[in-house]
Design a protein around this ligand. Structure first.
Ligand code: HEC
Length: 158
């Protein structure tokens, strides 16, 4: 019995390591839940501050600036790396002021895929800028924006 239990635990831990996914953890108190909301919203504020100029460039509101594009695309990839952890704290049990839909913790593997899509789009933007393919800047930024929207459509309240 004990052996089997230990083996299962080890298997789960190994699987988590292999997929690189964090254990989705439930918030244990209202205070914990409120902090978790504050942290994940702060993360998205940083995401927004890096996406803003890229959006402006794609719209033609500001000129393309390769250095800013590269820096912000690298940061978006790094911020996406933190997203799974910050989204994994399940705050459903507490009455917190959040834009996160309950569905996040019912479909976490899908949420991870959407984070992955953002990472891929941010990495692609870096490649496009590195190659100096100006004709592709707009669509590469558009792909990043589409990855935001795809997650918001399913998992963020309006
Ligand atoms: C994997 C899902 C996911 C992806 C990808 C994602 N978001 Fe979000 N975003 C959310 C969720 C969930 C919230 C609500 C968080 C909360 O209120 O607790 C949110 C909230 C936000 C907020 C509001 C933060 C606040 O202070 O309340 C902004 C701004 C935002 N996202 C911008 C972006 C941008 C820009 C991108 C793409 C570069 C992006 N997000 C990608 C899921 C995602």
């Amino acid at each position: 019995m004990t052996f089997k239990f230990v083996r299962t635990l080890a298997g789960t831990a190994l699987l988590a390591t292999m997929t690189g996914s964090a254990f989705a953890a439930e918030a244990v108190s209202e205070k914990h839940a409120e902090a978790a909301v504050e942290y994940r919203q702060s993360l998205f504020q940083l995401v927004k501050s890096n996406m803003g100029p890229l959006g402006g460039m794609a719209k033609g509101a500001i000129p393309y600036n390769e250095e800013v594009m590269m820096t912000n695309a690298v940061r978006l990839e790094q911020l996406a790396d933190m997203m799974v952890d910050y989204l994994s704290v399940d705050t459903r049990k507490f009455d917190v002021d959040t834009g996160a839909k309950d569905a996040i913790w019912e479909n976490f593997p899908n949420v991870e895929e959407k984070v992955s899509a953002l990472k891929t789009a941010a990495a692609n933007l870096q490649s496009v800028v590195e190659a100096g393919n100006e004709s592709e800047y707009r669509s590469a930024i558009g792909n990043v924006g589409a990855s935001c929207k795809s997650c918001h459509d399913d998992y963020k309240k309006d």
